[in-house]
Design a protein around this ligand. Structure first.
Ligand code: BES
Ligand code: MN
Ligand code: ZN
Length: 508
């Protein structure tokens, strides 16, 4: 996060620097500080608002240049609407940053004072706005050398703004509330970075090395190499990676934050296909570059573990990622091959492009066997069919546990990282029965996301389990005020919220 936006908190009376940003609630409701500034500028704010028909609606703004009576060269008045929900405050913070970055200047001051903030006090409002602004400030520009970073682009901020001071009634409390949000942002940025990174730079080995860095945050990291994976009999995962010159890896990350010794661990498993060519069942050329993001599930798990450690979450959690590259070669697996998974179940590989489920099969089995978790949630860019079904609005949710599913749906509503529950059942499960082995790795033409989930479920014992098909949300997803990049970091906020709402309080 070296290049990221620097955020600090100050009192309402502290002198602002650079662009000064005011918030106006719906129907031009101005909080006390904004009213004071309106007076000091001899009514410039209200006059300009009238002239521009500005009413304080969310995602609208007006700009007053060289206002008299105050020290700022530019006054931005931004519509806040009714930011009574947390997500609205985050989106507002993101919009504020986009308005600042669209203009000149290295520093900006935001007066975090607006009516109608629901339950949120001054500190939470300020921290949420700052968090939204920070999420918006992300850009992946490390490989741009001659095209100046300041150029920006339609979907990315310029590098103009470096410092944002958030002025509020309780700056110390706000800074404290912001600390955990900043840790979460670091996890999200890591997830985004991993997904944005091209596959020539990030294969399974390099990915595993990046995860090792989590040790400095207090996460216990173990990297399993191919000899160890063979010893564990992970035949399904290894079959996917065997066509690549780059060896496969499984990485295990443990965070021990629970106060109680008896707390069962929560397990998160991610599909980490660093590049998915489809293998011998090769994908068409058009758009194949997107398959550098086929490790979006794994990236989310890594980002989550960093966030949990960063905010010292009172929970025990383990993250496991299966890292492979799916390539065609003389060593690659063929359609018709039969592989034996760690569970002992055999799989007839009818399509080498249905590889993610093979990876999940072994890592999920290992996760349950070793950790006996309270639940296991897997995330995977598993099927194009989930994009056909749900577009980019929702990730597909499949679960054997109504309570866990309900908790995820609620966390999705709260964070805006929404999930939509899809069915599972015997009739779908039958579609992956195979004549030659215990199962085949594809169903028929119908219900592709569901047969993929059924396949995954065959590797779940009696653990509460949820599978999130994030093919539509982890990459190239719907951009919004807080999600400016091709790689969204989707799922880190969702799972962090799930944990903090249900699995931390009292170490249940
Ligand atoms: N990684 C893909 C799924 C995918 C597609 C992710 C588009 C993101 C965007 C997965 O490995 C895959 O190729 N799935 C196949 C399954 C089929 C062969 C049964 C698919 O969706 O076509
Ligand atoms: Mn594939
Ligand atoms: Zn894939």
């Amino acid at each position: 996060m070296s290049e990221a936006l620097e955020i600090q908190f100050a009192s309402l009376s502290a002198a602002p620097t650079g662009t000064l940003v005011l918030l106006a609630g719906a129907e031009l409701a101005l909080a006390a500080t904004a009213r004071g500034l309106d007076e000091r500028t001899k009514g410039a704010v209200s006059k300009a608002a009238r002239a521009a028909d500005f009413t304080g609606k969310a995602k609208t703004s007006i700009e007053i240049l060289a206002p008299i009576g105050i020290d700022a060269s530019r006054l931005l008045v931004i519509g806040a609407g009714h930011p009574s929900k947390e997500l609205d405050r985050l989106l507002l913070g993101g919009y504020v940053l986009s308005q600042i970055t669209a203009r000149k200047g290295e520093a900006a001051s935001l007066i975090a004072d607006v009516p109608d903030t629901g339950e949120a006090g001054a500190d939470v409002l300020a921290a949420d706005l700052a968090f939204g602004a920070l999420l918006r400030s992300y850009a992946f520009k490390k490989y741009r050398t001659t095209r100046k970073a300041e150029d920006g682009g339609e979907d990315e901020p310029r590098d103009g703004v470096r410092r944002l001071t958030v002025h509020c009634a309780k700056p110390d409390a706000a800074a404290k509330a912001f600390a955990s949000r900043k840790a979460l942002a670091q996890g999200i940025f890591l997830a985004r970075d991993l997904v944005n990174e091209p596959a020539n730079m990030l294969g399974p080995v390099e990915f595993a090395e990046r995860v090792r860095d989590l040790a400095s945050a207090g996460v216990e990291v173990e990297v399993l190499d191919e000899d160890q994976l063979r010893a564990l009999k992970m035949g399904a995962l290894l079959a996917v990676g065997q066509g690549s010159d780059r060896p496969s890896r499984v990485v295990v990350m443990q965070w021990h934050g629970a106060k109680s010794k008896r707390a069962k661990t929560l397990a998160f498993v991610g599909k980490g296909v660093c590049f998915d060519t489809g293998g011998i069942s090769m994908k068409p050329a058009g758009g194949m570059e997107d398959m550098k993001g086929d490790m979006g599930g794994a990236a989310c798990v890594v980002g989550l573990m960093l966030a949990l450690a960063g905010r010292k979450a009172a929970v025990n959690a383990v993250g496991l990622v299966g890292l492979v590259e799916n390539m065609p070669s003389g060593k690659a697996q063929r359609p018709g091959d039969i592989v034996t998974s760690m569970s002992g179940q055999t799989v007839e590989v009818l399509n080498t492009d249905a590889e993610g489920r093979l990876v999940l099969a072994d890592v999920l089995w290992y996760a349950q066997q070793r950790f006996k978790p309270r639940f296991v949630i897997d995330l995977a860019t598993l099927t194009g069919a989930i994009i056909v079904a749900l577009g980019k609005e929702h990730a597909g949710l499949f679960s054997n546990d109504d309570r866990l599913a309900g908790e995820l749906i609620a966390a999705g509503e709260a964070t805006g990282e929404k999930v939509w529950r899809m069915p599972l059942g015997k009739a779908y499960d039958k579609l992956i029965d195979s004549k030659n082995a215990d199962m085949k790795n594809i169903g028929g033409r119908h219900a592709g996301s569901i047969t993929a989930a059924q396949f995954v479920q065959r590797f779940i014992k009696d653990t509460p389990w949820a599978h999130l098909d994030v093919a539509g949300t982890a990459m190239d997803s719907a951009r919004n005020e807080i999600n400016p990049s091709w790689a969204s970091g989707w799922g880190v906020r969702l799972l962090d919220r799930l944990i903090c709402d249900h699995y931390e309080k009292g170490d249940k």
